[in-house]
Design a protein. Sequence first.
Length: 336
Amino acid sequence: MVVRSILQQFGARRIVSGLAASVVLALSSAVVLAAPAGATGSLVVSTCSGAAATTGSLPAAVAQADVDGNGPSGAGDTITFSLNCSSTPITLGADAAMVISANVTIDGTGFSIVVSGNNETQLFTVGAGVTGATINDLTLEDGQAADGTTGTGSSTGNGTDGTAGGDGGAISAAGTLTLSNDTFSANAAGNGGNGGASSATDGDGGNGADGGDGGAIWSTGALTLTDDTFSGNASGAGGTGGDAHTGIYSGGSGGNGGDGGDGGVLRLDIRARDPGAELELDVRQGQPGRAGEGGTGGLGGIGIPDGRPGRTGSPGANGVPGRPVRIEWIMEGARR
C-alpha cells in the first residue's frame, strides 16, 4: 500500500497526523478522482420539504433517480436545486434515510443547501451495486444512526446482551461514492444497547453492546472526499453492562460494558486486490471527531452466606474507548 500526501494538488497547508481533522481522501483498489460522466436525466428540487411524498423534494428526487436507474450512459440522473434551503433546512423524518441504489449526482452548487436528520435518522445509504454516486456542495447535519436495543432483563435466568449501535451518522456507503465540498456537522453513530439485568438467584447481567462506527461516514466501498469539512461528529458510546443478582455464597457476574465506536469522523473498510493501490490523504484544518466512550461494566451480585462468608460476584469489565479515525486496509482477505 502506498501512502502519500497530495498537498500541492489540493492546496492544503499542512498534514495533521492521525486524521484528527477534516479529511480529503481517495480510496479504492484504483484511486478514484473523476466524477461520473454526463448524466442521463435532470431532476430539480423545488421545495425544502424533507418528505418523500412531496413532489419536488430531495427525497422524492432521490427515489425517482433510483427508479430511473443508471441509463444508457451509466451515469444516472443529476439532481439540482432551484432554491436555497439553509434557513429552512431539508429536514428528514424519523428513520427516513434516503436510499441511493442507482448512480446519481446530487449537486447543490450555487445554492445553500442544508440536509438535517433532526437527530432522528441517518441521511443517506448507498447500496453495494452503486458504481458512481456523487454528492456536491451540501451541508449534512444532525444525522443519527440507530441506537442499539437494550437487552432483556430476567427474573428466571441471565440478562440478555444489548445490540450494537448503527454505523455512519450521516452516510453509510457500500458502493462507490464521491463527496466534494460538503460539510458534515454534528452527526452521530448509534450508541450500543445496555445489557439486561438479572433478578434471578445467581443470575448474570447481560453484556453492553458496542457503539456504532463512523460519526459522519461509514464506508466499505470506494470513497473519494475532496475539500470536505467535518465538525462535531461522534461515533457511538458502548452500552452499559447489566447488573447481576444475589446468589447463594457467590453472587452472579455483572455484564461487560460495550466498546466505544471507532471513527468520530469516519470509519473505512477498504478492500483491494492490487498491492500497488494508493491511499491518498489531503488533510485540512477542522474540528476532530469524538470517538465513542466505552460502556461501564455491570455490578456483581452480592453473595448470601451459607455457612461461609458470602462472596460478591465479579463486576463486568468496562468497554474500551473508540478511536477518532479508523481505516482498515484489507488485502486479499487479510488485514494489513
